[in-house]
Design a protein around this ligand. Sequence first.
Ligand code: CO
Length: 237
Amino acid sequence: MRHSGRIVRQVLEAAKEAVAPGCSTMDLERVAERKIRDLGAKPAFKGYYDYPCVLCASVNNEIVHGIPSERRVLKAGDIVSLDCGVVLDGYYGDAAITVPVGDKITSELQKLLDVTRESLAQGIEAVRAGNTVGDIGAAVQKYVESNGFSVVREFVGHGIGTHLHEDPQVPNYGTPGHGPKLRDGMVLAIEPMVNMGRPGTRLLDDKWTAVTEDGSYSAHFEHCIAVTKNGPMILTE
Ligand code: CO
């Protein structure tokens, strides 16, 4: 899983490099697909419940599962979340980042990206054998809400291994000490989705793209983490 995790990271880096004002989200899809094939892996998302692409590219008020399109052209000042999964020798990797388009975004948007990235780090810190899934969610939620943003409820992280999505579900909210116990050898995909405004979500008519109900901006970061005796091991760095 370190190998699939490493490939996902390289794919996201390549797609991030390609993000610029005037590029379409389909341009990013092509970069990601080429990189996955060049590195000898297979895409995990394409064909998963008939999802049509290797990448999810979610712009501004889109939370997750934005479908790449030639018509979706990025503008300076936008933010775009890039989410990709691959499978290598039967083992899955899954990660996401949110990046600015162009070199200037508002300070409020920069804070949204920083808080979301750090909320993932806080969740990762809670990945210790003997802790519970609720400890992870509680850590993410506390950090996000104390910074004035909100955590999406309708989409959650997940176990990952020989399938993209395995038990347990890993919500980005919760109660310390509650939920399944973390055990040595488990691998979890932790993926906070953080809204600038209210936590509510809505699904677009394409049946994939999740957007904020109030139209506010949303960010998303994801890593795969192994539970080990020595603490959390990040597989997607
Ligand atoms: Co995931």
